[in-house]
Design a protein around this ligand. Structure first.
Ligand code: SF4
Length: 359
């Protein structure tokens, strides 16, 4: 039984994708190993949000190349956002790499790995190095984001409710690596949640790049409620489910109906991860984040009024191009006002081909 070592970098979306790929391997008779030295297949699911994350994955892939000395037929592959953005270049840069699978091609990874194993065993590997990175949303919607529920006994699980993002924040590479927004139907998501609960899960985290803008292009508002709130209500009805989380919301989709949902949906946990990015309107504008710092602060205050115990965590970028001491002080003031319970504070990292990289 071939063994697969699968390492994940980056966000929960990647974790969820890795879980799906692992499950597909298990269904084809592979086993999952935590030890790279035992593996027949080594896959790294990569992140492109910061240069450091890309360098880590590249360094690790080069380091893991040493296992070929003892296992010449080992299969090496990159998946995820770096695979999507760098594509064929990775095949050129890392000589032992066999497979590069972009964010919309997870469902084809097992097929390719099986083919590579067969060819390696038959000594026919001459030109068998795959780069599959085109974004084919039609194909993906029928495969990757459709529910693929695993039979495990975890208490908490991620449920991907949408893919992609149309916001195009000037610093962010995600719209280029994950494509435009596509939402799954509410009933599909509810069915997946119910199956997870039936297998022992008690908590789900609904995942999307801009999760609260879920379905804005596909589904209408009903009684003034956004598709996202309709989804929250439907998932709340799932029998046996005890807690619901979601990540990550965008301030522009954080309207009255979302705030109000915390007052009548008790399964929503007392926590929200709410990226602020900057407390300076000038920098938010350069970031192409279409809200004012004051509006962000207001939403936090409204959330605390509805749920006094709510914990709020955030993401902040410092050192964005053109940020002055005054901008930085405005961010500090916003932080002091909101009193976040946790903050992920990152130094700005230029990402190739994004508008901010030119600033
Ligand atoms: S909302 Fe902005 S930061 Fe978030 S994924 Fe979309 S473009 Fe990137």
């Amino acid at each position: 039984m071939p063994r697969v070592y699968l390492r994940t970098y980056g966000c929960q979306m990647n974790e969820r994708d890795s879980e799906q790929v692992a499950q597909m391997f298990v269904e084809r008779g592979f086993t999952i190993t935590q030890q790279s030295e035992d593996a027949d297949v080594i896959l790294l699911n990569t992140c492109s949000v910061r240069d450091q994350a890309e360098q880590k994955a590249l360094g690790n892939m080069r380091h893991l190349g040493k296992h070929r000395r003892h296992r010449p037929n080992l299969v090496y592959g990159f998946m995820g956002c770096m695979a999507q953005s760098r594509g064929q270049d990775l095949i050129k840069d890392v000589p032992h790499l066999d497979l590069v699978a972009g964010t919309q091609k997870y469902h084809r990874v097992v097929d390719h790995v099986e083919e590579i194993i067969r060819k390696k065993e038959a000594n026919q590997m001459d030109d068998l190095r795959f780069s599959i990175v085109d974004i084919d949303e039609e194909e993906e919607s029928q495969n990757t984001i459709s529910s693929h529920v695993d039979k495990n006994f975890k208490i908490s699980e991620f449920v991907s409710i949408m893919q992609g993002c149309n916001m195009k924040c000037s610093f962010c590479i995600v719209p280029y690596t994950r494509g435009g927004e596509r939402a799954r139907p509410i009933q599909d998501i509810v069915d997946e949640c119910q199956r997870l609960v039936d297998s022992g899960v008690r908590e789900v985290t609904l995942l999307g790049q801009i999760v609260n803008l879920y379905g804005r292009h596909e589904f209408p508002k009903v009684d003034g409620k956004s598709p996202f709130v309709q989804l929250l209500e439907a998932v709340h009805e799932v029998n046996g489910l005890e807690r619901i989380r979601f990540t990550s919301p965008h301030p522009i989709g954080y309207k009255e109906d979302v705030i109000h949902a915390f007052s009548y949906l008790p399964k929503l946990v007392d926590h929200v991860h709410f990226p602020m990015q900057s407390g300076s309107d000038r920098i938010l504008k350069k970031m192409r984040r279409p809200y004012k710092a004051q509006r962000f602060i207001e939403i936090c205050d409204q959330m605390k009024a509805v749920r006094p115990n709510i914990a709020i965590s955030t993401d902040i970028i410092v050192g964005f191009p053109g940020e002055t001491e005054e901008d930085y002080q405005l961010t500090k003031e916003a932080v002091k006002h909101v009193q976040f319970d946790q903050a992920f504070v990152f130094r700005y990292s230029p990402r190739k081909d994004t508008p901010a990289a030119e600033m």
